[in-house]
Write a protein that binds this ligand. Structure first.
Ligand SMILES: [Zn+2]
Length: 132
């Protein structure tokens, strides 16, 4: 407890009453209640930031799209999100796993994104072939 710090903060009478009543209701001290609230809030925000980071990282870049080796149709065994558009996918929905040529990561795609990406993929090689 030697390393614990004390935080003093000024609150309105109204907020104090809210905190006081909540602490009374939960049978905890005001300090405990506030400590828990702050901890929970900070943790939730960190989780949200992590989730956003993950989403941005997973969002397919053009290079990744061109590196897709193939797709495998799967039936989902749990709810997940499309790694490209973030659409919610439910258990027993059909999704597609995209395998990348230069990476071990597997990307989950909804049918819309799979159709969109595989279409744009096919167009490019044909266009270059036509130029030759
Ligand atoms: Zn999608």
């Amino acid at each position: 407890m030697i390393n614990d710090k004390v935080v003093n903060t000024r609150v309105s009478k109204k907020l104090y009453e809210k905190i006081f009543n909540k602490a009374k209701k939960n049978r905890v001290s005001i300090s405990n209640l506030i400590r828990n609230l702050v901890e929970d809030t900070l943790e939730i925000h960190e989780d949200i930031h992590d989730a956003i980071d993950k989403k941005i990282r997973k969002y397919l870049s053009d290079t990744e799209k061109q590196n897709i080796l193939g797709y495998q149709e799967i039936t989902l065994a749990k709810d997940t999100l499309c790694d490209n558009c973030g659409k919610e996918l439910k258990t027993s929905d059909t999704a597609y796993v995209a395998y990348l040529a230069e990476s071990d990561s597997k990307i989950i795609l909804c049918s819309t994104c799979k159709a969109k990406i595989s279409k744009s993929e096919k167009k490019e090689p044909h266009a270059t072939t036509a130029d030759n």
